[in-house]
Design a protein around this ligand. Structure first.
Ligand SMILES: Cc1cc2nc3c(=O)[nH]c(=O)nc-3n(C[C@H](O)[C@H](O)[C@H](O)COP(=O)(O)OP(=O)(O)OC[C@H]3O[C@@H](n4cnc5c(N)ncnc54)[C@H](O)[C@@H]3O)c2cc1C
Length: 140
């Protein structure tokens, strides 16, 4: 069994890793340098999109570099720019969508027990779920 209180009591250093995002970037790199994962698109990790978008970057970069002679600087440059053109617009959209959804999540998290009950019974939550499924991200 985990001794949570003991864990806190005996901790000497407490580090904070806030969940936060950054404005989408216009560029991820030049030459043989590029960004992937949080380096390029730190986001509120709604729907596990922080980790999964980093994995999708990895898949895309591997695909673009497949068959490229890594000693050929111009070819690597072209492959990395193509990777960025594929992934940057998509992940920038996710950053902005998650920023909106994060506000909604925080707003739900700040409700009292009674407010949550009323919210769940009002049909508003069901309506929101339908909108999420269609990719419509209304703020509360
Ligand atoms: C509190 C919190 C909760 C989260 N919850 C979720 C969640 O539930 N689901 C989800 O999908 N995402 C979540 N995320 C986001 C998720 O952790 C990140 O999106 C994801 O880890 C990004 O992966 P990455 O490989 O790009 O970067 P990272 O996982 O940050 O990896 C970067 C690595 O590089 C290392 N590094 C840094 N500088 C150097 C250097 N100079 N030399 C060598 N190594 C270096 C770092 O130590 C680190 O290991 C959460 C984030 C936070 C902070």
């Amino acid at each position: 069994m985990l001794d949570i209180e003991g864990l806190f009591a005996e901790s000497t250093d407490v580090l904070r890793y806030p969940m936060t995002d950054r404005e989408p970037l216009d560029s991820w790199g030049e030459g043989g340098v590029t960004f992937m994962g949080d380096a390029g698109h730190p986001m509120h990790p709604i729907g596990a999109n922080g980790g999964s978008q980093a994995i999708l970057d990895g898949q895309a970069i591997a695909e673009h570099l497949t068959g490229v002679d890594l000693r050929d600087g111009a070819a690597v440059d072209t492959a990395l720019r193509a990777y960025e053109d594929e992934r940057r617009p998509v992940t920038n959209d996710v950053v902005m969508a998650n920023r909106k959804l994060n506000k909604t999540e925080r707003s739900i998290a700040n409700k009292t027990q009674n407010e949550l009950k009323e919210f769940a019974e009002s049909g508003e939550f069901e309506e929101m779920q339908k909108k999420y499924a269609k990719g419509e991200f209304d703020e509360l």
